[in-house]
Design a protein. Structure first.
Length: 91
């Protein structure tokens, strides 16, 4: 499913114009992105949690050459689904 598919579903289910549906979807994504960029935890009831975690720098290995390389510190996005979503997927 793509963003265009989500916009189309909002258009069909809620009856907004396609332009308004696109603005709504874009706004929701922008709010989520801004919250994650600030380091906030995004919790959507019945869906799951988005959390930004910090990873430390570490030593890695190039699988082709076997040489050691340094992997820099970075922030990663993790998602943990809610029990409601897990149950819907497994029923």
């Amino acid at each position: 499913m793509t963003k265009i598919d989500i916009i189309q579903d909002v258009y069909e289910k809620l009856g907004f114009s396609k332009k308004d549906s696109a603005r709504i979807v874009e706004s929701v994504f922008d709010i989520i992105k801004d919250g994650l960029a600030k380091g906030e935890k995004i919790k959507i009831s019945g869906f799951g949690n988005f959390v930004v975690k910090a990873k430390k720098s570490r030593r890695g290995r190039n699988p082709q050459t076997g040489d050691e390389i340094a992997i820099s510190a970075r922030r990663v996005l993790t998602f943990k689904s809610s029990q409601v979503l897990r149950k819907a997927l497994n029923d």
